[in-house]
Write a protein that binds this ligand. Structure first.
Ligand SMILES: [Zn+2]
Length: 288
């Protein structure tokens, strides 16, 4: 379903036909009029997982559902708890609703980011309670509702669900980047929150497929997965969530924010990965 004004788009069949589903929380770049940021749009797109929704879109031809945020990650990061408010960003420094700090505020990357990866401030102002609440209601709530409902519907249909949370990473960490400034990153980083958000065999399978394609792959280092793989996962109850980070150098020119010649090859490999995952997940469903 695509609605040009909706902050959340879904692709693929409305009915559940596969035990695998995907979400891309950070590929949006429709800049809302009420953003009120001081940083330039170009700088704000540094937080974006550029083209990740497009890279995975061929999977929808296999009946795999894909959820994609349309709002920028620097406007609201859907991969955070709705209560993960950075108090330093608020007028008055007090959040009157449930406060669930994750520690990400220390690097300026709570639900609403305060700084970019290089530490530059996003705003030249504080944010009011009402505008923060508006962003949560307009973006966070529908995104999480759509994902949670799809996971539940998938489990209702198949007895289990396999959710892949799709991201990309800059080739080299910025001064406030996870894993340490200046650190060159692997081709892929898989995150299952140290084996707690999905069956470790699922993570191992994904790793094996990607290594077989010639990629260098790390697991939970330095990215373990955050809110979207935590919130609805319960491997013992059959709900599996795995984060996959792809290095931007594999498919785009980071400075120009354009795809490069590697895009198509990566897109083909991701479709081959999805095919392998469909074999894996369908046989897991049949086995139990
Ligand atoms: Zn991301």
């Amino acid at each position: 379903m695509t609605n040009p004004t909706s902050p959340v788009h879904t692709y693929g069949p409305q009915a559940v036909v596969q035990p695998l589903l995907l979400d891309s929380p950070h590929s949006g770049h429709d800049f809302p009029a009420d953003f009120g940021a001081a940083a330039s749009e170009h700088a704000l797109r540094d937080g974006e997982d550029c083209f990740i929704d497009e890279l995975y879109q061929p999977a929808t031809e296999r009946g795999v559902w894909l959820l994609a945020a349309q709002f920028p990650r620097t406007y609201l990061d859907a991969n955070r708890h709705a209560g993960d408010i950075d108090l330093d960003l608020l007028e008055g420094g007090h959040w009157p609703h449930t406060h669930v700090p994750s520690g990400k505020a220390a690097i300026g990357k709570a639900l609403l980011w305060r700084t970019l990866d290089d530490g530059a401030p996003i705003y030249a102002r504080k944010l009011g309670i009402a505008e923060v609440r508006y962003r949560i209601e307009r973006c966070h709530t529908p995104y999480h509702r759509a994902l949670q409902e799809r996971i539940a519907a998938t489990q209702a249909r198949f007895g289990r669900s396999y959710h892949v949370n799709c991201h990309s990473i800059n080739a080299v960490a910025g001064t406030q980047g996870e894993g340490g400034a200046g650190r060159a990153r692997s081709d892929f980083v898989l995150g299952d929150r140290d084996g707690t958000s999905c069956d470790p065999a699922f993570t191992a399978f994904v790793r094996e497929v990607l290594v077989g394609m010639g990629y260098d792959v790390k697991v939970n280092d330095p990215f373990k997965g955050v809110e979207l793989v935590r919130a609805y996962a319960d491997p013992r109850a059959g709900r599996h969530s795995l984060q996959i980070e792809i290095n931007k150098r594999l498919y785009m020119d980071e400075a120009a924010r354009t795809r490069h010649a590697g895009f198509e090859a990566l897109q083909k490999n991701l479709l081959a990965l999805v095919d392998a995952l469909l074999d894996y997940t369908c046989s897991e469903v049949a086995r139990r």
